[in-house]
Design a protein around this ligand. Sequence first.
Ligand SMILES: NC(=O)c1ccc[n+]([C@@H]2O[C@H](COP(=O)([O-])OP(=O)(O)OC[C@H]3O[C@@H](n4cnc5c(N)ncnc54)[C@H](O)[C@@H]3O)[C@@H](O)[C@H]2O)c1
Length: 363
Amino acid sequence: MTITHAPAPAPEVSAELPTEAPEHERVLITHGPRSGLTIIVAVHSTRLGQALGGARLWRYGHWTDALADALRLSQAMTLKNAAAGLARGGGKSVIAIPAGVTLDEARTRDAMLDLGDAVESLGGAYMTAEDVGTSAELMSVVHERTEFVCGLPPEEGGVGEPADATAAGVHASIIATLDHVYGSPEVAGRHFVVAGLGQVGGRLARSLAAAGARLTVTDVADGKRALADELGADWVEPGDAHLVEADVFVPCGLGGVLTPDVARGLRVRAVVGAANNQLASRDVATMLQRRGIVWAPDFVVNAGGVIYLDVAGTPGADQASLDARIAGIGDTVAAVLRSAGANGSTPLEAAELLARDRLDAAR
Ligand SMILES: NC(=O)c1ccc[n+]([C@@H]2O[C@H](COP(=O)([O-])OP(=O)(O)OC[C@H]3O[C@@H](n4cnc5c(N)ncnc54)[C@H](O)[C@@H]3O)[C@@H](O)[C@H]2O)c1
């Protein structure tokens, strides 16, 4: 499809938008009638099945930043769902909170109703769920307007939030990466820098600490120092986290964290984290490889959440098969790193190849 957007004076547009999005099947940009907020639903691919991806409620300088985010994130969901072996396509929705606006409860609810209408208008091409800025409770508001939503609260018959599964998948990926790098999967005694102690990062910091890891942690929210104290972890300021000498850097905040500067400054053997779209640009994957730093591709590592939403929502699903699927993320990471090593490619290229093979097989 082609996105047509009028040229605007440069200072007003801060995101680099493609003039065409030929790979996206559908992109809906709408002005929520109740909330007055810009809502974008990007369906990248339904080749493997209904597109599945969360709804992000986030602050953007300009609505085109939100559009660029939705285009990138939905594309990554296609790769993530394919690499995870799900019969799901890739999509994402983004609700843009303009600079200087704070949403109260009523307007947040309106935004979710608007999102529900937008999702419903796509007739089932896309299923939404919680993501950064949204929650199981907010998904139950979306559910007032559409059936195409998952991750509803358990008391409403839903499967709840997927952060436990995501954190478990990242933990499995860390073990696989340690084995690849050091020839031993042992977490105990290894030093991890966890950047971002939210839903996933907080759980992961706990599971790593329980496994005997040494932790240095950070968050832009100072209140997270309490968790650092509880776990006996060292605290570092967010801007210095990548400079800590350690075994593994674990980005669990927002995307774009691996800039060329960060890649040059890292003093670890591996990067394995939950954050989506960690690479600020593709060439960072090559920079990391040249520095001998193993990057486990984010869209493989953090697939626990979608696997959970897909598998737990299927009638008859049991915990054992779900656990096996989550643990399988570690096997996929190991296979991707092996294949990258054997072919001299970056782990990014190896993971994309795995996903593309599955997409091609579905043609
Ligand atoms: N929740 C899931 O199941 C899930 C699934 C797949 C991917 N992810 C991705 O993992 C990341 C974390 O998700 P979450 O659900 O834990 O989100 P969250 O909002 O609960 O937590 C993010 C945390 O990171 C902190 N943070 C933001 N920028 C930071 C920075 N520059 N340095 C340090 N800390 C920073 C925030 O203050 C917050 O505490 C996101 O990129 C998300 O898209 C989450």
